[in-house]
Design a protein around this ligand. Sequence first.
Ligand code: DX5
Ligand code: ZN
Length: 229
Amino acid sequence: MNVQIAPSILSADFAALGQAIEAVERGGADLIHVDVMDGHFVPNISIGVPVVCSLKRIVKVPLDVHLMITDPDRYIEAFAAAGAAMISVHVEVLPHLHRTVHAIQALGVKAGVVLNPGTPVVALEEIAGDVDFVLVMSVNPGFGGQTFIPRSESKVTDVRAALDRAGNHSAPIEIDGGIDARNAGRVVAAGARILVAGSAIFNSPDPERATRELKTAALSAMSASAPAR
Ligand code: DX5
Ligand code: ZN
């Protein structure tokens, strides 16, 4: 399993999204992370289906849609039709998580489940064998530019163990919140394989270069943690 970089456009200039995406793609972005917020589940409102639709026309890499909304079931089909390649939903809002995960997959989209910092790994237990990926929040969702919660590192290791216990060795762990070139190596060593970064990339003067640097840091941690032959 390789390591992937997913720039979050939440911190990009929404008046120039196309150029922002081209820059991070030149820098080696593997995915584009789209944060959808409803002002209910999280205390902020961001973007929705029409933006994903427009982005789909210009992106070269897959769109990774993170739904921070109270009723994701109502919108899954629309985001799939808009061009999402991956959709992640929060376990905290879903009484029928199993049904939702399979509904996403039935649309031909990779299904991920997300754990907030306050949500225990055990919440994953019954769904660990079904998911295509797990997203570990390393900040409380709602805003870019927050500080990485250090406990998230061992949580990634615990999630990896839960996935492996379920026999789901191929499902990667994505980590989201406060990721930068300084902590990238540590989260990769803990087992994260998709690194989301918003402010570290788009608040930097050169997002293309920031993407490349984050990828280099992540890849060097991968080769350092690879088993010796
Ligand atoms: C937070 C979002 C993140 C956010 C990350 O609610 O889910 O994807 O954009 O931003 P940074 O990297 O600045 O923490
Ligand atoms: Zn996100």
